[in-house]
Design a protein around this ligand. Structure first.
Ligand code: MSP
Length: 656
């Protein structure tokens, strides 16, 4: 059975922005996942190229409309290449294969009496390509009227037009929505549609006179008219897959499995498109998802703000994989969400660098160090090994259910939990101790399971981050396959693994090109990273002047403070006041730290504690035991409390 998924056709005149990238990446992620499952995927995207806006923009540039769109379409096509989008087809509404089908449908509707011609008068908005009634429009300057949606001037237009008897199919649509509660996601949009369908839906004006708007598909039975852009554009979803041209192909594709759209184009994709399909004797797509919108740095996307999230800039700064990941992880699909550079960096560091990347790095580097870079043999499962396998299997199920439902953020949360489980397994099993003790069979078994979890992460991450995930699978000598993905015995024993640089190095600060772009619009933004508001700066100054013996920022910057977790602790063999701790600070092996905290804490009390470690202190030998750092604690002479973190941040997180 085929899996057919579509994105809206983007207005070719628009400069591609993260809203466009968002839907396309989402469709690509599910397409890649379905292909991994062995399904026959057909992923369609494209551009909407007719209409008055396009024609006027072309005229301004002194180009024919066709030359204009031929040039502009490459902006979308190039972006999709840079974002690793694997669409199977790209349809443009100016292509013959599309135009011919639109004309055939119009002719058929006309022949069957589904269209009629009538006089029409109203305020026409070129920016929205639609009519508004007198009560809709807003008053503009000098007696002008404005479009309520775009706030651009509208023109009074009186003309004869063709109408589609949409109201004839409204009941069928009402019934469809009632019978298919899963048809339209999310619930809020379904309720919105139910509200629309409660009222009289009226008929749909589907033509524009050529005298006013020549840039469209001519109506076959009345050549003085062209087709309304939405009637034209919606048909792409079936013209692209052989409707009226190639029945065999069409039957395998339609109804589409998923149609993705933004919440703003709900009416067109449900009421208009649904009734058009019913009129053609076709069912609607199996499922529709009207996703939420992005704001940028807390504000509605505008031209200037658009620049700081220009998808090309994001790819230059963060790389295609990270952009894809963050878009899919940062916002629940159905809800609105905010895109900010600060949260992009936090998300990258917490999920990709500290969890998935860290697990892979630890697994590969320890295998290189102690096991000659060879995939080792499994040993018999302990209870902890069984618990790990069960936990991971549970997360894989959650991942699958979520992704099948297009809930990309939930799927990624499950994936990050797999990496977290892998990291915690390493901490518990302490392979460094097994190595030290010469327990080679157990060391091999532990590292094998760790490598397998890395493979699982690489495989499930593949639809989101295709480049890095493939790199990870290559390093592990693994094939990309979902067959038995959760098993912990898939890798081939003896295969050489490649350790290499970390896949997702921590991003310490905002990339310079982003900082520059933000600085250009800085005045408009409240939440700018690195730019303290003036008031805050002042109060900092005051405080500073009160302090005695201030140290400079650069002196403070020399300190490397990191979060850590105490893995084990024992009494110092030669000093009552001291404990000897093994502390995980997110490095290949834990640090040994000698801490003067024994008067307050027993070794048992500190195991598992989250601590703050001074990580760049010169190693020192304290009463014969080497100490590779220091823990922060409150109290001058006697220790009163350990410094810790309020949140469960990953080990190795920088503390400032
Ligand atoms: N051409 C029509 C669609 C025709 S489909 C047969 C159109 N094009 S569009 O380019 O304006 O919008 C395309 C998509 O981008 C819509 O789904 C819209 O919701 C989405 N987005 C536009 N701005 C957005 C955000 N700020 N955030 C998320 N998506 C946004 O409408």
């Amino acid at each position: 059975m085929s899996f057919y998924i579509t994105t809206p056709l983007y207005y070719v005149n628009d400069v591609p922005h993260i809203g466009h990238a968002y839907t396309t990446v989402a469709a690509d992620v599910i397409s890649r996942y379905k292909r991994l499952k062995g399904e026959d995927v057909h992923f369609l995207t494209g551009t909407d190229e007719h209409g008055q806006k396009v024609m006027r923009a072309a005229q301004k540039r002194g180009l024919s409309s066709q030359d204009h769109v031929d040039e502009l379409v490459t902006r979308f096509q190039d972006l999709w290449v840079r974002l690793d989008i694997t669409n199977d087809d790209f349809i443009r509404t100016t292509e013959d294969r599309h135009k011919a089908v639109v004309r055939d449908i119009l002719q058929d509707f006309h022949d069957r009496g589904l269209l009629y011609k009538e006089g029409y008068a109203g305020w026409y908005s070129t920016s929205e390509e639609r009519f508004w009634t007198e009560k809709d429009v807003l008053d503009g300057p000098d007696g002008t009227k404005l479009c309520p949606a775009s706030k651009q001037p509208v023109e009074w237009v009186e003309e004869q037009n063709w109408f589609f008897k949409m109201s004839d199919y409204a009941d069928q649509l009402r019934q469809w929505v009632a019978d298919h509660p899963e048809w339209l996601k999310p619930e809020t949009r379904r309720n919105e549609l139910l509200g629309i369908l409660k009222k009289d839906v009226g008929d749909l004006c589907i033509s524009r006179p050529k005298t006013r708007l020549p840039w469209g598909i001519p109506i076959p039975f009345d050549e003085d008219y062209v087709t309304y852009v939405w009637f034209d554009a919606l048909i792409n979803y079936i013209s692209a897959v052989g409707y009226l041209r190639d029945d065999a192909t069409f039957e395998t594709r339609w109804p589409a499995n998923w149609q993705l759209l933004g919440k703003d184009i709900l009416t067109t994709h449900t009421l208009y498109w649904g009734t058009m399909l019913f009129a053609a004797g076709l069912p609607p797509a199996q499922r529709l998802y009207a996703h939420g919108w992005w704001t940028v740095e807390g504000q509605k996307m505008s031209k200037s703000l658009g620049n700081v999230v220009d998808p090309h800039l994001l790819i230059d700064a963060y790389g295609s994989d990270s952009v894809r990941y963050v878009l899919m992880a940062e916002k629940s699909f159905g809800q609105d969400g905010d895109f900010s550079h600060k949260s992009t960096r936090l998300r990258y560091n917490s999920d990709l660098a500290d969890k998935i990347g860290n697990l892979a790095h630890r697994a590969l580097s320890m295998t290189a160090k102690w096991l000659d870079s060879k995939v080792p043999a499994l040993d018999a499962d302990t209870d902890d090994d069984k618990a790990l396998a069960a936990e991971v299997a549970g997360y894989i199920d959650t991942f699958d259910v979520a992704l099948e439902a297009m809930e990309t953020a939930d799927a990624l949360e499950a994936l990050v939990n797999i990496a977290r489980a892998g990291n915690m397994y390493i901490d518990r099993q302490a392979p460094w101790a097994l190595n030290k003790a010469g327990d080679t069979a157990r060391l091999a078994g532990v590292m094998r399971r760790t490598l397998e979890i890395s493979r699982i992460c690489g495989t499930l991450l593949l639809p989101f981050c295709p480049q890095k995930s493939q790199d990870l699978l290559d390093r592990l000598g693994a094939q990309a396959s979902l067959d038995g993905v959760g098993r912990l015995d898939v890798l081939t024993e003896g295969t050489t693994v490649r350790h290499g640089d970390p896949l997702f190095p921590r991003m310490q600060e905002l990339p310079a090109i982003i900082a520059e772009a933000l600085a250009k619009v800085g005045g408009d933004l409240k939440s700018l990273e690195g730019k303290a508001p003036a008031a805050a700066k002042k109060s900092k100054k005051k405080k500073k002047s009160k302090k005695k013996d201030p140290i400079s920022f650069s002196d403070f910057g020399k300190l490397e403070l990191k979060t850590g977790q105490v893995l084990s602790a024992e009494k110092h063999p030669d000093a009552d006041r001291l404990l000897v701790l093994q502390v995980d600070v997110g490095e290949e092996s834990p640090r040994q730290v000698v801490a003067g905290i024994a008067s307050k804490y027993t070794p048992e009390e500190v195991v598992g504690l989250r601590v703050i470690v001074v990580a760049n202190l010169e190693p020192a030998t304290i009463r014969g035991v080497e100490s590779q750092g220091m823990l922060l604690a409150a109290g001058a002479k006697a220790v009163l409390a350990m410094a810790t973190t309020t949140e469960d941040v990953p080990v190795g997180t920088v503390v400032r």
